[in-house]
Design a protein around this ligand. Structure first.
Ligand SMILES: Cc1cc2nc3c(=O)[nH]c(=O)nc-3n(C[C@H](O)[C@H](O)[C@H](O)COP(=O)(O)OP(=O)(O)OC[C@H]3O[C@@H](n4cnc5c(N)ncnc54)[C@H](O)[C@@H]3O)c2cc1C
Length: 502
């Protein structure tokens, strides 16, 4: 399908996080060449969750020119240095997927090989003692720190927790200032070209008509254009990731806001806790085959750190992805493009990378099959790698008394994941594949944190004489300890630089 018609008019369907993120980025980069309209329905509303992020969100905001402190003030935001996983390997276990590096690689040899050697030779240290992010998170410390002065070590790597509705509001102001038009109305009819099947026009409940050449479907789980109109099929991954429900409830803010997300496993799924400046975000993700809605609600409300500020709100979902995320003249972003549960806070990142990919592949001179195919290939690859990383958390559990966790451990896994597990188990090797989101350090933390200690390590780690290995660990330990001691308290930092103005 190749057309020579230049694209000048774009309609964004939906004003949740994905719609406004798309509007902001597309108007920032392509604004002068395009006529952009966003349609959202206040009658339908948004999914209203999506408050924990990963570090690339900083690039997104930086590229838009949004000042970090202003952003935190406007969204009630806090700093996120990692995700703490509680009860995932075994009941009572605790580890963190801390952002940033752990330790220091020497030459070609990753730090974890030295750590593994240390474990075997009596130099046993907690792996996370060598993570600056972990130490800062657990000590409630934060301040911007790109590198540790006078060392080759990188500093803190952070993301944010924020109020999704307030972020969308901020991006709306940004986009409208760059010419994006907004319509509040409900789309009732979608018109297609009789020959090509491309979407041509939308009719709203009040009779308004909107035509465009390119449509960005940000309409949420409903997938108004990609699913309901173009009937693009969905690859259902619920046999690998069986959780299919969530309950979300805000609660009062805690006395101290932790600079990390908590993901606490329970008998039929897990619970999140996301601290904001003005409230906590909480939710329970579960599989309805193993936990009833009533049980889930009780579990959630009984396990809040602070009093609830309302009733739990149910959300149903199916894990998987749209087979083509770009079909004809429709590109799906956000929940309409697929869904991976929020265990590693990846959904907004997928929106972000989808938008960047769209800008790179933008069909200025018309639609080209080769361009669409490449966009879809990259999107699929990205989804699959993140999927494997999330499945790993469920698979590597040793909880033998729970039917849910037993099923998660024993069910089939994608070959791509099994290969990685076997490689790490036998050799300690792990590699980041091209353009993959999660780093080698991220994979190692989940492997080690959930009890998969490799049988071997790289022999190059033996080249360091024993005394130097001891010295190496001691120096790193001292450096991280001293650095953390000098950092600001997280709450004090927010109070001074980014106190919420809500
Ligand atoms: C339980 C849960 C927890 C999550 N937690 C995280 C997290 O911690 N981190 C993270 O990155 N992501 C998270 N996500 C994902 C995140 O919430 C979404 O990726 C994000 O909110 C984007 O949603 P959206 O904009 O695609 O859809 P929505 O927010 O549902 O927005 C859809 C928009 O389409 C509009 N619309 C729909 N139909 C019509 C119509 N007929 N006419 C006009 N407008 C219409 C709606 O009004 C709305 O504006 C979570 C998701 C779930 C379900």
């Amino acid at each position: 399908m190749n057309t020579q018609k230049p694209i000048t008019k774009v309609a964004i369907v939906g004003g949740g996080s994905s719609g406004w993120m798309a509007a902001a980025m597309v108007s920032r980069f392509l604004g002068p060449q395009l006529d952009i309209t966003l349609i959202e329905s206040s009658a339908i509303g948004t999914v209203g969750v999506g408050e924990a992020t990963i570090p690339p969100i900083r690039t997104f905001n930086n590229v838009l020119g949004i000042d970090e402190n202003e952003f935190l003030r406007r969204t009630g935001g806090t700093i996120k240095l990692g995700i703490e996983f509680e009860n995932w390997g075994r009941q009572g276990d605790r580890y963190m997927h801390a952002f940033g590096d752990i330790g220091r690689n020497l030459g070609f040899t990753g730090f974890h090989h030295y750590w593994l050697r240390g474990q075997q030779s009596g130099e046993a240290h907690n792996y996370w003692d060598f993570s600056l992010n972990y130490r800062a998170a657990k000590n409630h410390r934060f301040q911007p720190l790109e590198t540790i002065p006078n060392t080759p070590l990188c500093g803190l790597v952070h993301a944010y927790h924020f109020d999704a509705g307030l972020y969308a509001q901020l991006l709306r102001e940004y986009s409208e200032a760059r010419g994006v038009k907004r319509i509040d109305g409900t789309i009732q009819q979608v018109h297609q070209h009789p020959d090509t099947g491309e979407v041509t026009e939308l009719t709203l409940a009040d009779g308004q008509q909107l035509d465009a050449e390119l449509f960005i479907d940000c309409s949420g789980f409903r997938g108004l254009l990609i699913k309901e109109t173009l009937k693009v099929e969905f690859d259902d991954w619920s046999h690998w990731l069986p959780c299919n429900r969530a309950l979300a409830v805000p609660s009062e803010t805690a006395a101290q806001t932790t600079p990390y997300t908590r993901a606490i496993a329970h008998e039929g799924g897990w619970q999140w806790r996301i601290p904001l400046q003005h409230r906590n975000g909480n939710g329970l993700v579960y599989c309805s085959d193993f936990l009833s809605d009533d049980q889930a609600s009780t579990r959630l409300l009984d396990n809040l750190d602070t009093p609830a500020l309302g009733e739990p709100r149910p959300i149903s979902f199916t894990t998987g992805r749209r087979r083509q995320q770009w079909h004809k003249n429709v590109i799906a972003l956000g929940l309409s493009s697929g869904f991976l549960e929020p265990l590693e806070s990846t959904s907004l990142h997928l929106v972000q990378s989808g938008i960047v990919r769209l800008i790179k592949h933008f069909p200025h001179r018309g639609l080209q099959s080769a361009v669409i195919d490449e966009y879809n290939r990259q999107s699929q690859d990205e989804f699959e790698k993140i999927r494997d990383f999330i499945i790993l958390h469920y698979h590597l559990n040793q909880k033998h008394d729970s039917p849910f966790w037993r099923a998660c451990r024993e069910s089939d896994k994608p070959d791509s994941l099994l290969r990685r597990i076997e490689l790490f188990r036998t050799s300690g090797l792990v590699f980041r594949e091209q353009d993959e989101l999660f780093s080698e350090t991220a994979w190692q933390q989940v492997f080690i944190g959930q009890g998969l200690i490799p049988e071997d390590y790289h022999p190059l780690a033996n080249e360091l004489p024993g005394a130097q290995l001891t010295e190496f660990f001691r120096n790193l330990n001292t450096t991280f300890e001293r650095t953390v001691d000098q950092l600001s308290d997280h709450d004090a930092y927010l109070q001074q630089h980014a106190k919420a103005t809500l």
